[in-house]
Design a binder for this molecule. Structure first.
Ligand SMILES: Cc1ncc(COP(=O)(O)O)c(C=O)c1O
Length: 366
């Protein structure tokens, strides 16, 4: 299997820990260990104190599986597999995709969502989001045109990275109706779920409303805990889960024991932690809107609807990659150019989840 370089991850590897400000992070401000322990309930604190650092159950700690399942309407604890989010994408694609399969993927997007399928010999088709006067849009008619007799899998990511796009409930229904008509498996990357600016617009998980749906969730983004490396797949498709678990014997076998208990603490305080993160995003969104309203000649603001990222456009005349290079060299600020998402149009990703957003925006202003 030949995987192309993961452009975004290589860019982060080069700059994430050396730049002073990160203006393009997709996670929310990380909690400290002390903050998380202070939130924990008595049972998880006792598990933490008495924790033995042995191997763990390969599907995940039963209490953690049940805490993840509680985020869904009708998912049982044994319909959940816990592993690192990126690992779960790799596992799911390996289990779901065979050479020659047609796979349709929302685009631009997190590269592994299409790269792994391509490397496995699938024919991937990019279902492309387009900017319009009010933000980013997906053309549902285009999805229908992309479906061929070879199509097996539809990969979607809502709320969407990097645009912050969130379809309406009707649009999701139309997507799932099409998938149903063509008997497609739907892999729904829901890593940014629970961060909807208007809670009334939160979509049901695809795992709850589509019989062949597989949802990816995790603690890295909405919970501000990427260092735990805890995510999960939720699905009613138990035969898929069994195959995914068996594949996992060749990746990490099981989770880190401390991460599982810390993850349990976080999931049991889901409302509190996601409310904290949403408050940070909302405050930063206001700053961003003010900033872009003041610079219509240089930037085209394309408002996100959910999540900690937006994908505005740089329209000042020079290539966005050059602009990002200067921000790094002169202002020690990392801004991710749209090139790493393989899209033209001089977009860049703005990360709204960090507490130092105001200071980081100073580089953009300068
Ligand atoms: C849409 C999406 N899915 C999955 C992941 C992977 O999450 P993790 O880095 O926690 O493995 C990311 C990370 O940026 C992402 O943006």
């Amino acid at each position: 299997m030949q995987l192309r370089e993961f452009k975004l991850e290589r860019f982060f590897a080069a700059h994430e820990f050396s730049a002073r400000y990160l203006l393009s992070a997709s996670d929310c401000e990380a909690l400290t260990l002390a903050e998380l322990l202070a939130l924990a309930d008595d049972e998880s604190l006792a598990l933490w104190r008495d924790l033995k650092l042995g191997y763990t159950e390969s599907a995940g700690h039963p209490l953690l599986r049940s805490a993840a399942a509680a985020l869904y309407e009708g998912i049982a604890a044994d319909e959940v597999l816990i592993a690192a989010p990126e690992e779960l994408i790799f596992i799911a694609m390996n289990v779901l995709v065979a050479p020659g399969d047609g796979v349709i993927v929302t685009f631009p997007g997190y590269q592994s969502l299409y790269e792994v399928a391509s490397a496995l010999g699938a024919r991937t088709t990019r279902w492309t989001l387009q900017p319009d006067a009010s933000g980013w849009r997906l053309d549902l008619a285009a999805l229908e045109q992309h479906i061929t007799p070879a199509t097996r899998l539809l990969v979607i990511n809502f709320p969407h990275n990097p645009t912050g796009y969130l379809p309406g409930r009707d649009e999701l229904n139309t997507i799932l109706d099409l998938a149903r008509q063509h008997n497609l498996v739907v892999f729904a990357d829901e890593m940014y779920r629970l961060l909807e600016y208007d809670p009334g617009r939160r979509l049901p998980s695809v795992a709850d409303v589509y019989e062949r749906g597989i949802a990816l969730g995790g603690l890295s983004k909405a919970f501000g805990l990427p260092g735990l490396r805890i995510g999960w797949l939720a699905t009613h498709d138990r035969s898929f889960l069994a195959r995914a678990q068996a594949f996992r014997d060749y990746t990490t076998i099981c989770n880190s024991a401390p991460a599982e208990i810390l993850g349990l603490m976080a999931l049991r305080r889901a409302e509190q932690i996601t409310a904290r993160n949403l408050a940070i995003i909302r405050a930063n969104l206001t700053l961003a809107e003010q900033f872009f309203a003041g610079h219509p000649d240089r930037f085209r603001w394309l408002p996100p609807q959910a999540g900690p990222v937006a994908f505005p456009q740089f329209i000042a005349g020079s290539p966005v990659a050059e602009f990002c290079r200067r921000a790094l060299e002169q202002y020690d600020t990392m801004i991710l150019p749209g090139d790493v998402f393989e899209v033209a149009g001089d977009h860049f990703r703005l990360g709204l989840g960090r507490r130092d957003f105001r200071a980081a925006m100073a580089a953009l202003a300068a």
